[in-house]
Each structure stands twice: as structure tokens, then as C-alpha cells.
Design a protein. Structure first.
Length: 621
């Protein structure tokens, strides 16, 4: 029963919080078990997504935020909070804005140091908060009605600006506290959350970057996805389009850049890069890294790291120019100002242009196409194609009939064949999730679709992450996209066993992703690093095709498939009923136990001499 009096001029605190959540464009809240607070979610026009457990809820909130822009996760103190923290830590590491609301015992119970469930029983309630603080850019305790609205607003604003999780601790007796309704008309306008900065300091940074560009004979931009996706994607794309400096995508940047631009030069993944790309990185005078983190998986084995003397790093909230740090510089503002400055300078960008020319193989393919005759002049003027994956996509869009040739043979499926062929089936706007392991490395060989989103954890690399993230991403796509974007997951059979429960949530929510389970009988990366034939790298095999029915899916609401040959996959890709996402699709994609993408084999070999480094890559696919 409500013990707090409200009036037409007031609303209850949790209703205020829900109103702010709606204002930033969040339509659904993920989590598990929150009792009293849950009564407000649907009442305020939001959807409650009750996930199977808090860890998966955290993964789902991460996936939802990567598509929608922000997300909300709700857990209870202690057991729920700590269970979710692995996922929240991944969001923190990879710059994903998640608002984590943690419900606590009442203020009175905390003051009395009561022995309550979900605690250590010692009356200490700060212990869990200290842990959450380490994976949040801001934490606030809502324990005072007077400052509660301003703290909520500040936390939401910081979540967006920093593009990292924030934690809001909410005692149970604060949920119904009345708040003046007019507070919703003041505070930050969440659609334009851009921090004000010292223009003199900003100009100093831009001048520094421009001077370094002037002094360099060759310049290249390296684009990652950390901190660039949320609120800065348009500014980044405008910079690449207008300034025309050649650019590369890092692994995390594949779903961020427009690979159809003529100044796109390919994918940089350390020593696993194409030889031409690696030579370009090694020979360039100045590298402008935007939103990239040089980790051991995106830059294999830490080989090929860039010397600070030729590196400028533009990060979410700071700029580093050849080792000199400029803190509290917001990436959106920096990219806007840098684009305008370089355009005004009218630098002779031709000296930075790619000298890449068409290979003999590409020329032969194009000469055999009637459409190529009409377009040859256009592509000759551009003077370059990007990476080999970009060549495949470009040729496909030119109307070359290579689909049948590629898929025509009835042979076992291999990773090197599959990931290259996949690019021909992907569509504009696809949301692609690649689980850590064979999928996240195989996807490097796939031509990315225009306006697509790639979700993969190259830094945090939490195994089983993509099952929950798939649910969140698919829900965000359904809520925000028209027409609906396809959500496509590639996950290993071992990884799937870590998070399979979220298939139940996907079914309950009526979502219709396409899920490829790569069936290779165990942990491929571990086999490559150590114990090629050891039993500890095996798993218990599942008949995945039975799971939709086990999880309660109604007949006709899903389809399952087992694909073992290239011919079978060709037929599946050619089926309209499969590609149109009219129902949930689950595919067992069978590959050899010891088969892996060539670049992953190379990466594993680089890790073998480093026993410590090999522990980093605990793959489950």
C-alpha cells in the first residue's frame, strides 16, 4: 500500500525514472526479479524483459544498447547485481552505455544494519557498491528525495557522454517517494547531450592534429568501434567522407565505417592483416587512431603495435597526440571541429590518396560482365578498391553472376569458404553478432553489408555473450527499425551451451533472429593453442533442433536446419522463407572438428609461445 501522499502536481520517484528512460529512447528494460519496481514499468509505457538470469540480462542490455543507443538493466542488490557485473564490466570495457538500476533494502534497514537476505549478514551494504563502482563511470545512491531527480539526470547524462555504464542504487522505500512533476520539464535535454568545452583548448588540440598532418608525407586513419558508435557515428562518417584521407577499419570498427567509400583501404588486424594493409600501416608517417584499442585479439599477439611517435589517438573523452594527453575532450566535438578545419585548410589530399590498382583477377572478372563496360570509367577514376572482401561485395553489386559458381559444389563446409561466401547473402542493414572464437575471427573475411552493425567483443571476450546480446539486439531492431532489420547470430556449439537459456526469452518475446550454431564438437581455439586431441576440449553434443520446442515455441513459429554441405547452404540461402525473418530460424552449421579460419590459426600460433597470453583466449566455439 502506498504510504506516501501524491497530488496531481507530483509523480512517484520510479515513475520519474521511467519517464527519463523513455525520453532517451529506451523502450524496454532488461533484468530479473525486482518485485515492487516492476509494477511501474508497464504502467509507464515500457516493456519488461524478464531474462532467464541476471548475467544474460546484462548481455542483452549490452546488445540492446549497441543497436538502440542506450539501455537499462535492473537487478536486485548482491546476488543479482554481482551476477550481472560480468556483463556490465564488458559494457564498461567496450564503451557501451548501460544504465544499471540496483534495488536495495530500505534506508531504515540499511541504517539499522539489519541482517537481510542477499547480503553477507553483517549489516554492511557498501561492499557491493564498491564492486559496482569499478565498472561504472558514475554511481549514485538515491537516498534523499530532494536531490534524487538531479542525481538521476546526471547519471543518465554521464552514461551517454562517457558511453559507459552508470549504476543507480535505489532503496526500496524510495520507489514511491513523491517528486514534483514539473521536474520533468527542467534538466538536460537528453536528445542533445553534448558537453560544453573550452573552445580555446579544443582549438589547440585541432591545431596540433592539423600541424602533424601537414608535416607528414603519408597519413592514414584507423577506425575502431570503441566510443564512436553512440552519438559520434555521423561525425565519424562525415570526416571519412569529406576529408578523404585513406582509412582502415580495426576489427571493432567493421560495423562502423562505410566500406564503399573510395578511400577505404581494408581491415587492419595486426599481423593477420592483408600484406598490403600491413605494409601500409608500417610505412605510413602518421596514423590517426579513432576509437580503437590495440588489444591482443584485434592486434594479434601485440605484434604490429604502432609507435607513439607516429600515432594520434582520438578516444571517447581524450585525445593523445604523439604521447601528449589532452583530457576531457568529447569525441563528437573533436570530429566535428577536425572535419571543418581540414576542409577549410584545403590540404592537398592527393598525396595521401591510395595508389591501389585493380588486380588482374578483378580485371578479368569485370571484363566478363556487360555491366562492367558501362562502369569501368567510373572505377578507373576512383583508382582503387578496398580490401579483398570489399572487392567481392563491389563485384556482387555490379551484377556479376558469381553466386552459383561459389556455392555450386557439393562439398563439406570449411570456415575459409563459408565466411567469404557469406558476404553475398548478407543484406543492407543486417545486424550481425559474432561470438568470440571462430565466428569473431572468421567474420574478418566477410564483406560487411551497407549500414550494417557488427556486434563482437574483441576486448572483453566473454564467452556466451552473444546469445543474450542477440535477444537485446533483435528487440531493439524490432522497436526502432522500419522495415525490420535482420538480426543474425553466429555462435559456436560450446559458447551456445553457456547462454542457451536466452533462446527461451527470444521465443517468449516473439523475436525472429537467424541463429547459426557452428557445430564442431568443442573448443576450437583451445585445440589450436594446446591439447589438439585432448578430451578436455570436447563437449557433450546437443540436438539443437529440438530446443525451440523444449523452450515452448509453438509449431510453425520456427524452423530448424542442419547444414553439412556447400550445396545445402546454397539452397538455404536461396530460400525466401529462410531469409525474410518471418519466423525464428535455427541452423546447425556443421564444420570439421579441427577446421578454423586461417587468420585464427595464425593468431593461435602467435599465442602458443606465450603461455600467459594463451590464457586470455578462453574460447567456446
Amino acid at each position: 500500500m502506498n504510504n506516501h501522499s501524491t497530488s496531481p502536481e507530483s509523480i512517484e520517484l520510479f515513475e520519474y525514472l521511467c519517464s527519463r528512460v523513455k525520453e532517451i529512447g529506451v523502450h524496454s528494460i532488461h533484468g530479473d526479479f525486482n518485485l515492487l519496481a516492476l509494477d511501474y514499468v508497464e504502467r509507464c509505457g515500457l516493456k519488461w524483459v524478464g531474462n532467464c538470469n541476471e548475467l544474460n540480462a546484462g548481455y542483452a542490455a549490452d546488445g540492446y544498447a549497441r543497436v538502440n543507443g542506450m539501455s537499462v538493466l535492473m537487478t536486485v542488490m548482491g546476488v543479482g547485481e554481482l551476477s550481472a557485473l560480468n556483463a556490465v564490466a564488458g559494457s564498461f570495457a567496450e564503451y557501451v552505455p548501460v544504465i544499471h538500476i540496483v534495488s536495495q533494502p530500505s534506508r531504515q534497514a540499511q541504517k539499522r544494519r539489519s541482517c537481510v537476505h542477499h547480503s553477507f549478514g553483517e549489516g554492511e551494504f557498501e561492499s557491493f557498491q564498491q564492486i559496482s563502482r569499478s565498472v561504472s563511470c558514475m554511481t549514485v545512491s538515491i537516498d534523499c528525495p530532494q536531490n534524487a531527480p538531479s542525481l538521476i539526470d546526471e547519471a543518465i547524462q554521464q552514461c551517454w557522454i562517457e558511453s559507459r555504464p552508470v549504476t543507480i542504487f535505489l532503496p526500496s522505500d524510495m520507489i514511491r517517494i513523491p517528486i514534483a512533476k514539473d521536474r520533468l520539464t527542467v534538466g538536460p535535454r537528453f536528445g542533445r547531450m553534448v558537453p560544453c568545452e573550452d573552445m580555446g583548448e579544443q582549438k589547440k588540440v585541432i591545431d596540433e592534429i592539423a600541424n602533424e598532418i601537414r608535416r607528414s608525407n603519408t597519413v592514414i586513419i584507423l577506425v575502431g568501434g570503441y566510443g564512436t558508435i553512440h552519438g559520434a557515428r555521423w561525425e565519424l562518417r562525415n570526416l571519412l567522407r569529406e576529408v578523404k584521407i585513406p582509412f582502415l577499419a580495426a576489427a571493432s570498427g567493421l560495423g562502423v565505417v562505410d566500406t564503399s567509400l573510395p578511400n577505404y583501404e581494408g581491415l587492419y588486424v595486426g599481423t593477420c592483416s592483408d600484406k598490403r594493409v600491413l605494409e601500409l600501416m608500417q610505412s605510413t608517417d602518421l596514423i590517426i587512431s579513432i576509437g580503437n584499442i590495440f588489444s591482443d585479439l584485434s592486434n594479434p599477439g601485440f605484434e604490429g603495435n604502432v609507435d607513439q611517435s607516429r600515432l594520434i589517438q582520438v578516444e571517447r573523452r581524450r585525445v593523445i597526440v604523439k604521447g601528449d594527453h589532452f583530457p576531457k575532450k568529447y569525441i563528437k566535438n573533436i570530429l566535428q571541429a577536425l572535419t571543418s578545419h581540414l576542409i577549410d585548410l584545403q590540404l592537398p589530399m592527393t598525396q595521401y590518396s591510395s595508389a591501389r590498382t585493380m588486380s588482374p583477377e578483378e580485371g578479368k572478372l569485370i571484363s566478363n560482365s556487360k555491366a562492367a563496360v558501362e562502369r569501368r570509367a567510373k572505377f578507373s577514376a576512383r583508382g582503387c578498391f578496398g580490401s579483398s572482401t570489399k572487392h567481392i561485395r563491389t563485384l556482387w553489386h555490379m551484377g556479376l553472376s558469381i553466386y552459383r559458381h561459389t556455392f555450386g559444389k557439393k562439398e563439406p563446409i570449411t570456415h575459409d569458404w563459408f565466411w567469404k561466401a557469406l558476404g553475398q547473402w548478407l543484406q543492407e542493414g543486417d545486424i550481425i553478432l559474432a561470438e568470440t572464437g571462430t565466428a569473431s575471427f572468421g567474420i574478418w573475411n566477410t564483406a560487411p553489408p551497407r549500414e550494417g552493425i557488427l556486434i563482437a567483443q574483441y576486448l572483453w571476450s566473454s564467452i556466451g555473450y552473444t546469445m543474450g546480446a542477440c535477444q537485446g539486439a533483435a528487440l531493439a531492431a524490432e522497436e526502432t527499425s522500419s522495415p525490420r532489420r535482420r538480426t543474425i547470430l553466429f555462435i559456436g556449439d560450446g559458447s551456445f551451451q553457456c547462454g542457451c537459456q536466452e533462446l527461451s526469452t527470444i521465443i517468449r518475446q516473439g523475436l525472429k533472429p537467424i541463429i547459426f550454431i557452428i557445430c564442431n564438437n568443442g573448443y576450437t581455439v583451445e585445440r589450436l593453442i594446446h591439447g589438439e586431441k585432448q578430451a578436455y576440449n570436447d563437449i557433450q553434443g546437443w540436438d539443437h533442433r529440438l530446443l525451440p520446442a523444449v523452450f515452448g515455441a509453438k509449431r510453425g513459429s520456427y524452423q530448424t536446419h542442419r547444414v553439412e554441405t556447400t550445396e545445402h547452404l546454397r539452397d538455404l540461402f536461396g530460400s525466401k522463407g529462410f531469409t525474410d525473418c518471418s519466423v525464428l530460424q535455427l541452423v546447425e552449421l556443421v564444420v570439421g572438428t579441427h577446421d578454423a579460419p586461417s587468420n585464427l590459426v595464425k593468431l593461435a600460433q602467435s599465442l602458443q609461445p606465450r603461455s600467459g597470453a594463451s590464457l586470455v583466449l578462453q574460447d567456446r566455439c
